[in-house]
Design a protein around this ligand. Sequence first.
Ligand code: PBG
Length: 326
Amino acid sequence: MPYPTERMRRLRRTGVLRGMIQETRLHPSSLIYPLFIQEGKGIVEEISSMPGISRFSPDRLQTEIAEIASLDLGSVLLFGIPENKDPTGSAALDEKGVVQQAIRTIKKEVPELVVITDVCLCEYTSHGHCGVLDGEEVDNDATLDLLARMAVSHVEAGADMVAPSDMMDGRVGAIRSALDEGGFIRIPIMSYAAKFASAFYGPFREAAESTPAFGDRRSYQMDPANHREAMREIELDIEEGADIVMVKPALAYLDVLREARELFLHPLAAYNVSGEYAMVKAAAARGWVDEERIVPEILMSIKRAGADLIITYFAKQMAEQLKDKG
Ligand code: PBG
């Protein structure tokens, strides 16, 4: 029944009609807000390439956490920046480590906020790679035990979920066994399953001081050219026990998200990464794009592609915007 009988514009006439047929919706409960926690005291320091995002020391988190909770955001993802780095990233395992302290503070302030922790050694190693080295290579199997102990240490401090982002083979299985042996059978794993070696992580590496001192991450993170390999990565993480699987970055990989949505039944997360955030902020600051419109459009595109959850530095401002609209 083509035009003039069929008229697509009939259902676009008013805001209420448009709302009735809206297929994808944004809600704060599906947004995860990343937080950079820096070891020390009295630190609130804006990251120059990520306007609006700061690094906090554990003692300065209270106001930020109260704000997050008041916006109905359900969860945060913690990244730690320790004072001391060494070749094996040993500060990551310290029960008084920076993330462990932050977890305790947050759980005391707002116990119901879901605290997820990034499990990876790159912020803790002096060389900036995501695992321990054997010569100039990252030693996969030697890294697994450290990651598993790091995850257990976060959960002992009170973390509700762990998110391994290192891309070592077998780490989801190693973490699952370690958690189960420690009695933490109820703690879910959100794995960075299909994580690409991406230039979109640039601002994050400034924020987390985690740029590799030599080489790059292409021997463990994925080649941006590959989508079938991404599905194998996701499949393996699910077999090893991942509860939620992630595609990262988001915007240049929406096809990968869509394919994952169609092939797997697990909850799917997407990481709207630092470079994606910085590009919008830079263009908006020059008045080249309308930030209030472009942010929901971007987040909607990620949901429409198939993500249930979005990790995004826009979470707070998006939640504020959703609240104002009310
Ligand atoms: C690794 C990690 C990275 C990000 C999250 N976890 C950086 C990397 O792999 O180099 C990037 C997140 C972002 O760019 O927002 N621990």
